[in-house]
Write a protein that binds this ligand. Structure first.
Ligand code: URA
Length: 437
């Protein structure tokens, strides 16, 4: 087989055979196919797309390029959730203990944040002592015994995706629905859960800027998962403004405790409830309304918060901030510098660019500009107002938390660019735009 012929075939719009796709993925991962040929093939896929058969094979080839996790000992109870990334998105910290309290087996591998979006592993590491690396045996034993474990994804999971993504990143081939869908699903399938719920976000802080694109990506990923025998659902959610009020690692952990205590912000609770209910429906077969009621009971009755505490302690984390929670942030520590970002004039907030707010939090120390940068777990932003709220001149819109005064200027510049004001209250936007099952 000649790689040249594979590129030419896709360039001319034909569908590739299984053998050709596996030859390309295995050859590139193994080093026999050079970057320049794989780049040309990726661009041809970007321009010509792939049909569902090709996508299933591509995903499967990437999944099989590294280790896969066998969760078959949990039968139909293994359940995972993946978010396409957003700002203030701490739903894993909320849904994992809820679902574990309801009998699910959540064996989850998560990532770190990069750019304007946060990562679950960084949030968990804001809890002193919490270990995000466990041996395979410890990981599975913990899931067996308490129903939940979350660890950092290792480089051995779908290494083909890692290598292909690095090439896409420098060849303008990242924002292709077939390539994004196969990239995400190769890692999800390798992680082993039988039931997978996707939170596909759209809006200013998301990868997908429009609801139509998010729906298309969700449909493609659901189809790939089903073709591989998994039970799938996708929830399409808004990421035009941050989810909840906290952006930053420790601040987000504390806001998650607020939700699990029944005192969290309404938008974050609604999205968390929808995701947890879909997860429960997939592994239990319960109808949606009953799943939603069970999720509500797990929170109102305290089972979800008790499970959260059990999980944190089991992974070595300090848990006093949970028991001592008083509805305010600060239990995990307080940044030495706090600055009130204020409204310059009276008016409604008509828009909040979530990506710029994520960048502001990152500039304060909550995120990384480059992989490998260290982060300040206490840094971030507590929003005091969100889109649709009225502000008087001089009222605080956001509280900025950081370790150095010098970091405030860049963060304030991002916030200046993120917020728009006007005399009229903007129409509210739907938070959940549909479920694909
Ligand atoms: N996230 C991924 O894992 N892969 C992509 O291609 C895009 C977002």
């Amino acid at each position: 087989m000649r790689f040249y012929d594979i590129i030419q075939k896709k360039r001319d719009g034909a569908a590739l055979s299984e053998e050709e796709i596996r030859y390309a993925v295995d050859g590139f991962t193994g080093g026999s196919v050079p970057d320049y040929q794989m780049s040309a093939l990726l661009m041809a896929i970007f321009l010509r797309g792939m049909d569902s058969r090709e996508l299933s094979v591509l995903t499967d080839a990437m999944m099989r390029s590294g280790e896969t996790v066998d969760l078959s000992m949990f039968g139909n109870l293994s359940v995972d959730k993946h978010s396409t990334g957003g700002v203030g998105d701490k739903t894993t910290l909320i849904v994992a203990p809820i679902v574990a309290a309801l009998g699910g087996k959540v064996a989850k591998m998560s990532g770190r944040g990069l750019g304007h979006t946060g990562g679950t592993v960084d949030k968990l590491e804001a809890i002193p002592g919490f270990k995000t690396a466990l041996s395979r045996e410890e990981f599975l034993r913990q899931v067996e015994e308490i129903g939940v474990a979350v660890i950092g994804a290792t480089g051995n999971l779908a290494p083909a995706d890692k290598k292909i993504y690095a090439l896409r990143d420098v060849t303008a081939t990242v924002d292709s629905i077939p390539l994004i869908a196969s990239s995400i699903m190769s890692k999800k399938l390798a992680s082993g859960s039988q039931n997978i719920v996707l939170d596909v976000k759209y809006g200013s802080g998301a990868f997908m800027k429009t609801v139509e694109a998010a729906r298309q990506l969700a449909g493609t990923m659901v189809e790939i998962g089903k073709a591989s025998g998994r039970n799938m659902a996708a929830v399409i959610t808004n990421m035009d403004i941050p989810l909840g009020y906290a952006v930053g690692n420790a601040l987000e952990v504390e806001e998650s405790v607020a939700v699990l205590s029944g005192q969290g912000p309404e938008d974050l609770w609604q999205v968390s409830r929808a995701l947890a209910a879909r997860m429960l429906s997939l592994f239990s077969g319960l109808p949606d309304d009953e799943s939603t009621a069970r999720v509500e009971e797990a929170v109102s009755g305290g089972a979800a918060l008790r499970k959260f505490e059990e999980w944190i302690v089991r992974q070595g984390g300090r848990a006093d901030f949970i028991a001592d929670f008083i509805g305010e942030p600060g239990g995990l520590g307080v940044s030495p510098v706090r600055y009130a970002y204020k409204a310059a004039a009276d008016g409604y907030i008509t828009g909040m660019d979530a990506e710029k707010i994520g960048k502001a939090a990152s500039a304060l120390g909550a995120g990384r500009a480059q992989a490998g940068d260290t982060i300040d777990p206490l840094a971030g932003i507590i929003l005091k107002r969100k889109t649709g709220d009225f502000c008087r001149a001089g009222e605080t819109i956001a509280e900025l938390h950081t370790s150095k005064d010098a970091l405030l200027e860049e963060a304030c510049a991002y916030l200046d660019g993120a917020l728009t004001f006007g005399p009229d209250k903007p129409a509210p936007q739907p938070l959940i735009s549909g479920v694909i099952q």
